[in-house]
Design a protein around this ligand. Structure first.
Ligand SMILES: C[S@@+](CC[C@H](N)C(=O)[O-])C[C@H]1O[C@@H](n2cnc3c(N)ncnc32)[C@H](O)[C@@H]1O
Length: 210
């Protein structure tokens, strides 16, 4: 087995390959990838989510991974309950150790979710190559109360390729306050570490369920 890395993650082809790659990556993900690449998306999504003014209530973190986004929310002072879902039990085991989530559940966000009643959804790094596309928007909307806020990172290169623009347009007046801005996914450290991905960008998309 080759060492798991970003190129391997971008080449994933379905739930089984996601589970295999992240089982091997979970233990080293925070130090090797997130610190090594100066990975900025969890902090960017957390800040955008709080800026959008979510109503009080529990939040669902989609593709929670090792829990970096919930840790970023806590760092910004968010005290309410945060649940997480992910396909990878090994990634969720790392998240559990951070002590920042209320509940963690193995679930596939492209299928109807076994959870609901959330005042917000956050997600960083999950809407990208080889991972999740617009098919997750419907299951996510189904897990939200009216007025809930959603903040997602969507890799810039998959926005057009996977048809996010038309998918958001199809949601019509079921969502409001749709907004997006582009951010760098990685900081300075990525330039030496992985020059081919160092300049990658994502759209931070926020909206409210009507
Ligand atoms: C790049 S990691 C991001 C983790 C974390 N949010 C972060 O920013 O560090 C992507 C995560 O999405 C999860 N994932 C991929 N496809 C998924 C799906 N269909 N449903 C739920 N989680 C999924 C993977 O298991 C992995 O933990």
């Amino acid at each position: 087995m080759e060492k798991p890395d970003l190129s391997g993650a971008y080449a994933l082809t379905g739930p089984e390959s996601v589970r295999q790659l992240y089982a091997d990556w979970a233990e080293t993900y925070d130090e090797d990838f997130a610190q090594g690449m100066d990975y900025r998306l969890p902090a960017e999504v957390a800040a955008a989510f709080l800026r959008a003014g979510p109503p009080a209530g529990p939040i669902l973190d989609v593709g929670a991974g090792t829990g970096l986004l919930a840790a970023a929310l806590r760092g910004l002072g968010h005290a309410g309950p945060i649940d997480g879902i992910d396909l990878s039990q090994e990634m969720l085991a790392q998240a559990r150790r951070k002590g920042v989530y209320r509940d963690l559940t193995i679930a596939d966000v492209t299928r109807p979710l076994p959870l609901g009643g959330y005042a917000g959804i956050t997600s960083s790094g999950t809407f990208t190559h080889g991972h999740v596309g617009p098919e997750a928007l419907e299951p996510m909307l189904g897990a939200l109360i009216s007025g809930a806020v959603v903040a997602l990172s969507i890799n810039q290169q998959v926005w057009d390729r996977l048809g996010f623009g038309p998918a958001f347009a199809t949601l019509g007046n079921r969502i409001r306050d749709l907004d997006q801005h582009e951010v760098a996914i990685y900081g300075q450290a990525a330039r030496d570490r992985d020059p081919s991905h160092a300049g990658d960008t994502a759209l931070i998309v926020t909206f409210r369920k009507a």
